[in-house]
Design a binder for this molecule. Structure first.
Ligand code: SF4
Length: 357
């Protein structure tokens, strides 16, 4: 098991629940816009938010941003160690650097010393797009071995400074290479690993790459915190990261929604019913999160042939028939309701069960 580090009050690693991360895409110097986006991300379920710090003005703005939000903030720094030091002074809960592009050892040490003083962790972020020149030459381009070697080398550099509050990430937009690189470092160090597919793309392709890339690693027990990278509004990243964790039963207080694809046997408007149920489940899931309740499975099935089996397995389920639905709760038939009442009744059962009324 990995060590545990804390980003603000959020534990990462050491068997803690896997926090979801995302990154703002506002100009960090625009404090109002950045605060607004951070609050929206946090509201959507993002546990840790990262902001790019491209210059001193952004590092200074970080201080005002930090005062206006509750969620832990990570400062993302490239090249200039002074930006990292300033962001740490201005309240960063973690700093993400790639020591390879920070340069001289004493500059990296200045960042580590500042982090040590404020007791915050450092994320060593190795990326296929910014591998050291000698590694690229040694491996004749970007390879899993090169990514792993760069990560292990940078970890050692920081460990040798007697600093162990480290989170590691090594990312590539190539799903297979990403997977192989993680397998190469897993077990060779005990720092928590931040996983994700970098530059995964737009919603459709990005979701596919992220589901495979992040899912495959999590199934192997690799990954202590996740970030889905999608072009566009980062809120989508949070929603999708939640779905990945839910699919693997790694999200607490989650509603796992099961519905059938429908076929010629279906004699209700299942698309309409599932949409109604899913919309009603979103605020309920939020309520459950606040109260830290156990997760629940809700199933909506289209017919009496395969429906009852799945509906019975769920905590709350419905197997539809001609213009009606048979409601199940923990395997027991509760009642038969008209098609137009299915969504409402299912939600009612769930609310009653979880005392959410
Ligand atoms: Fe078809 Fe029934 Fe299966 Fe849905 S549950 S896909 S309607 S057989």
């Amino acid at each position: 098991m990995s060590r545990m580090v804390y980003c603000g009050e959020v534990p990462i690693g050491g068997g803690a629940p896997i926090p979801i991360q995302s990154m703002t895409n506002t100009d960090t110097r625009n404090v109002a816009a950045t605060v607004d986006q951070i609050k929206r991300l946090s509201d959507a379920g993002c546990d840790i938010v990262r902001c790019a710090i491209p210059d001193m003005e952004a590092a200074e703005a970080f201080s005002s941003i930090k005062k206006q939000v509750k969620v832990p903030l990570v400062a993302d720094i490239h090249f200039d160690y002074r930006l990292a030091v300033m962001a740490i002074k201005n309240g960063a809960d973690k700093v993400r650097i790639n020591p390879g592009n920070i340069g001289e050892k004493d500059r990296v040490k200045a960042v580590i010393d500042a982090a040590r003083e404020r007791k915050i962790p450092i994320r060593i972020g190795v990326n296929s797009g910014s591998l050291e020149k000698e590694i690229l030459e040694k491996y004749k381009g970007v390879t899993a071995e090169g990514l792993a070697e760069s990560a292990l080398r940078n970890i050692k550099l920081i460990e040798d400074m007697d600093f162990n509050d480290i989170v590691v990430s090594l990312k590539s937009s190539d799903v297979k290479l990403n997977y192989q690189a993680h397998r190469l470092i897993f077990g060779k160090m005990d720092h928590p690993i931040h996983i994700g597919i970098t530059e995964a793309g737009t919603i459709e392709s990005g979701k596919a790459k992220s589901a495979i890339g992040i899912g495959a690693l999590l199934l192997e027990g690799i990954g202590d915190t996740v970030r889905v990278s999608l072009t566009g509004d980062p809120i989508n990243e949070v929603h999708f990261a939640k779905e990945i964790l839910k699919a693997l039963n790694l999200r607490k207080s989650a509603i796992n929604f099961v519905s059938c694809p429908t076929c010629g046997r279906c004699s209700v408007d299942l698309a309409k019913i599932t949409e109604e149920v899913e919309t009603a489940l979103k605020p309920l899931e939020k309520e459950m999160g606040k109260k830290e309740m156990p997760s629940v499975t809700v199933a909506v099935m289209g017919c009496e042939v395969n429906g009852p089996g799945e509906a019975r397995e769920a905590d709350i389920g419905v197997a539809c028939g001609k213009g009606k639905g048979l409601i199940f709760q923990h395997g027991e038939i509760k009642k038969t309701v008209k098609e137009e009442d299915i969504a409402k009744e299912l939600i009612l059962y769930l609310k009653q069960e979880r005392s959410l009324i």
